[in-house]
Design a protein around this ligand. Structure first.
Ligand code: ARG
Length: 273
């Protein structure tokens, strides 16, 4: 197995559960998590990533069942970490734990103003080809986050408006890949945002996926080198990615889907430069 220089942050699912409802996937899933299965699925993803990258862990906390979704901790680049301001109070308890983890390790932690909801790398993704950050607003993060991000990271920020409740974070429907491709589900965006994507990413590098794959969270992919790890994918998806030079690894994450998350949400890239 080829080890990449990538570094990820994950949080063990010790206290993972669906104990409140803040996205459509959670409906009907209150207390319906099979904990043993969740642990097994999380461990399988962890093992796949450990083979290809380095994984660091943050301690899970009782009362913060969604803390497993480390993608939402904040946005990181170099030694700068911009802490998330969760939209819903249920997840705001996570903020100090993530702040401490990064502070204890020497990162420069910046706080987004309290009145500016921003959910980190769930809604803000660096392009892998150009020096650009894609920022989603519409469900969890707000457009006003743009200025703070631009000032801190000195990066061009491209706003994208999300319009489908099921795809409430950018990383549920959009994934820039290592070789410069963009994996995305166009109907999750408003027409102006779709146009912006098409203007900035040439057709040859865009991989638009179908609803069937989108609903299996195929865009919620962890990309390490040429490997793309997803919950589940159709044959068409696997073939399209193979043509573009990637190997798809499927690792079932049904228990986390019940909370509205999958592979990418369970990780945060720590080697953004
Ligand atoms: N239940 C969590 C929430 O609604 C899931 C978060 C998934 N994370 C992500 N980056 N898409 O906030």
């Amino acid at each position: 197995m080829k080890k990449t220089p990538h570094l990820f942050l994950m949080c063990p699912p010790e206290y993972f559960d669906v104990s409140y409802i803040i996205n459509p996937w959670m409906h009907g899933n209150m207390r319906k998590i099979d904990n043993a299965l969740a642990k097994q699925q999380w461990r399988a993803l962890y093992d796949i990533l450990c083979d290809r990258a380095t994984v660091r862990l943050v301690n899970p906390q009782p009362g913060s069942p969604d803390m497993v979704f480390t993608a939402n901790a904040g946005l990181l680049r170099g030694k700068h970490f911009l802490l998330s301001r969760f939209r819903y109070p249920e997840r705001q308890y996570e903020e100090p734990y993530f702040a401490d983890w990064f502070m204890d390790r020497g990162y420069e932690v910046t706080y987004m103003p309290r009145d500016v909801p921003f959910e980190g790398a769930g809604d803000a993704l660096f392009d892998r080809k150009d020096d650009r950050l894609w920022l989603a607003h519409g469900h969890r993060s707000v457009l006003a986050a743009r200025e703070d991000i631009r000032r801190l990271f000195k990066v061009d920020v491209v706003p994208l408006q999300l319009v489908d409740q099921r795809f409430y974070h950018l990383d549920t429907c959009f994934c820039p890949l290592s070789r410069g491709h963009l994996l995305y589900y166009p109907p999750a965006f408003d027409p102006a945002s779709r146009k912006r994507i098409e203007e900035l990413v040439p057709a040859a590098r865009r991989i638009a996926i179908e609803e069937e794959d989108a609903l299996q969270f195929a865009c919620n992919a962890v990309n390490a080198g040429d490997t793309v790890v997803v919950n589940r994918a159709s044959r068409a998806f696997v073939e399209a990615l193979a043509r573009a030079g990637y190997e798809v690894v499927q690792s079932p994450l049904s228990e986390f889907m019940k909370a509205g998350g999958s592979a990418k949400c369970l990780t945060l890239r720590l080697d953004e430069n």
